[in-house]
Ligand binder design. Structure first.
Ligand SMILES: [Zn+2]
Length: 310
């Protein structure tokens, strides 16, 4: 029997929560959440500390400020990234620990409720054992019960193999999380209602290019260049103008990376507003809506009715 909005307040869905330490599943607790909250749960699944702020800062800040439950699942701790202006890395452990801490600070600025790490190593993500990481992500999805998931697109922003890998693993994990045959004893299936890929159209890329000249990565000896998506591929455009300063503040929490981002500091407020005052997505799938009318809200089509099983 379908519930109405009133009885939803009294309905609780039991779940069993797990976390992971280096691939080992650790039992956390048995919890219950009000089912009505499911409609406002947003989960970003990305590769490196700073992806959440640079790529999604405006969006995450907006939804957190509006009362959504926002979580981030981070695949690595950016162990192979820069360490301030140091010419020589102090080692992956120190870099990872520092960058993990920077992410927690950025999350606080953005209003993110939960940050979890998968514990994979920066630069090696596309070599991760696929079955293992997909199941780990699926269990985090079951635990956090997002209605909406955000990740990179197939081009990984500028061809970064970690970004491409997390995009593929996330998509597979969403299927796994909903599969009743997976882990039937310890956790309950969860169906993500919408999946989005981060994308950038030309006006946003133009500003990034102004700051960085050329956004590229070299993989297997070949250069991969960033490219803007055509305007018609944007299914969803959010006005995050109120939150561009929050996004920029969160980016600056990633102090070890500021040597790279200092070019962003040279941009005008108008250019900053272009970068984080508007966020664009490609709706990979939605179980609740469709069509080519541009969405203005990630939760469009999600109502109490679609959350209640028959
Ligand atoms: Zn990244």
């Amino acid at each position: 029997m379908a519930c109405n909005g009133h009885s939803l307040n009294k309905m609780y869905q039991p779940i069993i929560a797990y976390s992971f330490v280096m691939g080992q599943r650790i039992y956390l607790s048995k919890q219950s959440y009000p089912m009505e909250n499911q409609s406002r749960k947003l989960m970003a699944i990305v590769a490196h500390p700073d992806d959440e702020s640079l790529g999604l800062g405006g969006t995450l800040a907006k939804y957190a400020a509006e009362g959504a439950e926002v979580s981030v699942l981070m695949a690595t701790k950016g162990e192979r990234g820069r360490f301030g202006t140091a010419a020589v890395s102090p080692g992956m452990e120190v870099v990872g620990k520092t960058r993990g801490q920077e992410l927690l600070e950025a999350a606080k600025v953005l209003g993110i409720k939960q940050v979890r790490f998968l514990g994979y190593i920066d630069g090696d993500l596309d070599q991760a054992p696929a079955k293992q990481i997909i199941e780990e992500i699926a269990l985090h999805i079951r635990d956090l019960q997002p209605a909406v998931v955000l990740s990179f697109g197939p081009e990984g922003a500028y061809g970064h193999p970690d970004h491409i890998a997390i995009s593929q693993f996330t998509t597979a994990a969403i299927l796994k999380a909903a599969d009743a045959g997976f882990d039937p004893i310890s956790s309950l299936p969860h169906t993500v209602l919408k999946l989005y890929n981060i994308l950038w159209s030309k006006p946003i890329w133009d500003v990034y290019q102004a700051a960085f000249k050329e956004l590229s990565t070299t993989v297997d000896g070949k250069k991969r260049l960033a490219f803007p998506y055509p305007e018609w591929m944007i299914t969803t455009q959010l006005n995050t103008e109120q939150y561009w300063e929050t996004a920029w503040a969160a980016i600056q929490c990633h102090q070890t990376q500021m040597a790279i981002y200092q070019n962003l500091d040279q941009l005008t407020p108008a250019q900053h507003k272009v970068l984080w005052g508007r966020q664009e997505f490609y709706r990979v799938f939605s179980l609740v809506n469709g069509g080519r009318k541009k969405e203005r809200d990630l939760f469009e089509g999600i109502t109490a009715a679609v959350l209640v099983p028959n």
